[in-house]
Write a protein that binds this ligand. Structure first.
Ligand SMILES: [Cu+2]
Length: 160
């Protein structure tokens, strides 16, 4: 498993979205998918959202794709020995029955490699999520300039 190192502090989730938007796929609800504005030529970008399973059986986010990027992966960031590390989750993420999974800065996220264009605040980026049971759903990530939780923290539009 590939491990990626971030020599920066973790950016904790900034809550309080200005404009909520949500999507449904079967028993799943996807709340407020968002990303940060990125400059042209940025090597990576990240996507965040909350996924709620209102059903009685677990589902799994197995993959994601987007016309906006050359490659999209499901990633997990965590602090290890004071360093932020990221790894790809090839098995995806389970969405437990009756549960909620947050993709947020410093934790689970959707990773875009090779974004094909600059993204400005207010733009919408398409992302197709594939779930084991609920199937495919295309959501629009809202580009928002959310400040990191700590002034020195770097957002997950990180370099690898
Ligand atoms: Cu990542």
């Amino acid at each position: 498993m590939r491990r990626l190192l971030l020599a920066t502090a973790v950016a904790l989730a900034a809550s309080g979205a200005a404009l909520a938007h949500e999507y449904a796929a079967g028993a799943l609800r996807i709340d407020h998918p968002w990303t940060r504005p990125t400059a042209a030529g940025a090597p990576t970008a990240a996507g965040y959202m909350e996924i709620t399973n209102t059903g009685r059986t677990a589902d799994r986010l197995v993959s994601a794709s987007s016309a906006h990027a050359a490659r999209v992966e499901i990633h997990q960031s965590s602090m290890e020995g004071g360093m932020m590390r990221m790894k790809a989750l090839p098995q995806g993420v389970e969405i437990p029955a009756g549960g909620k999974v947050s993709l947020a800065p410093g934790g689970l996220h959707i990773m875009f490699f090779g974004p094909k264009a600059a993204v400005a605040s207010g733009d919408r980026i398409p992302l197709t999520l594939t779930f084991a049971k609920a199937g495919k759903v295309t959501v629009q990530l809202a580009a928002e300039s959310r400040p990191p939780a700590k002034p020195a923290a770097m957002p997950e539009t990180h370099r690898h």
